[in-house]
Design a protein around this ligand. Structure first.
Ligand code: 13P
Length: 252
């Protein structure tokens, strides 16, 4: 089963109009100049930049993603954004269940599942994030925690076409610390096993599992060459087009 490598940038809460458009234009032209690169590129700017970034990406094979979506399509939900709205302005992906949302907004796996169902029903593909905290890791609970998050967060009818998983150890996000390559492979293989129990072998073997957490140009190749790692979800390094592209170049 050939899984297309995904290089996704999560810009988080960074960027005003000018810098967001500039970054998007840089990424667009860099991707255009690598027309033989087999990767799928995605950028996920904050809500306020989605529309302008979409325009700045015109003509480049870079998909647009949001960083969250509500489970309702419209209505009285102050401060929220619906999957219909995201689809309408050109998003094809939405990140769900990022550990920062699980922490800052008390999002549970059950809620993430509900959001994912709504996103899929409204034509968005999801990047569903999982990952253990440092404490859970120290207690040897990494596989247990990640497996439970997969079982609860991923909809029962998820397919490899509408769902991507991102394994992001919480302690590796923005810290410069990373698990060893063999730790990452162990978790990814375990995640694929749980996906197989939940969704069947065929879906699980086609579903992409990204690694995220301090992915940088100097360590990307190590992670991206692992058999069960199908791409990267990149935070800090996605804010500099050279770094973002240099990570892609390790597989292009
Ligand atoms: P960093 O690459 O900054 O560690 O962030 C990873 C992340 O959280 C991507 O979603």
């Amino acid at each position: 089963m050939v899984r297309k490598i995904m290089i996704a940038g999560n810009w988080k809460m960074n960027g005003c109009l000018e810098d967001g458009v500039k970054l998007a234009k840089e990424v667009a032209s860099a991707v255009k100049s690598r027309n033989k690169c087999p990767c799928e590129f995605v950028v996920c700017p904050p809500f306020t930049l989605l529309y302008s970034v979409k325009k700045a990406l015109r003509g480049a094979k870079v998909a647009l993603g949001a960083q969250d979506a509500h489970f309702n399509v419209k209505g009285a939900h102050t401060g929220d954004i619906s999957p219909v709205m995201l689809k309408n302005i050109g998003c094809s992906y939405v990140i769900l269940g990022h550990s920062e949302r699980r922490a800052d907004h008390f999002e549970t796996s059950k809620l993430v599942n509900k959001k994912a169902v709504a996103a899929h029903e409204n034509g968005l593909k999801t990047i569903i994030c999982i990952g253990e905290t440092e404490k859970q890791r120290d207690e040897g609970k990494t596989i247990e925690v990640c497996s439970a998050q997969i079982r609860e967060s991923v909809p029962d009818n998820a397919t490899a076409a509408d769902t991507v998983i991102a394994y992001e150890p919480v302690w590796a996000i923005g810290t410069g610390k990373t698990p060893t390559a063999s730790d990452v492979e162990e978790v990814h293989a375990a995640v694929r096993k749980v996906l197989s129990q939940k969704l069947g072998n065929r879906v699980a073997s086609a579903m992409r599992i990204l690694y995220g957490g301090s992915v940088k140009p100097n360590n990307a190749k190590e992670f991206l060459s692992l058999p069960d790692v199908d791409g990267a979800l990149i935070g800090g390094a996605s804010l500099k087009s050279e770094d973002f592209m240099s990570i892609a170049d390790s597989v292009c």
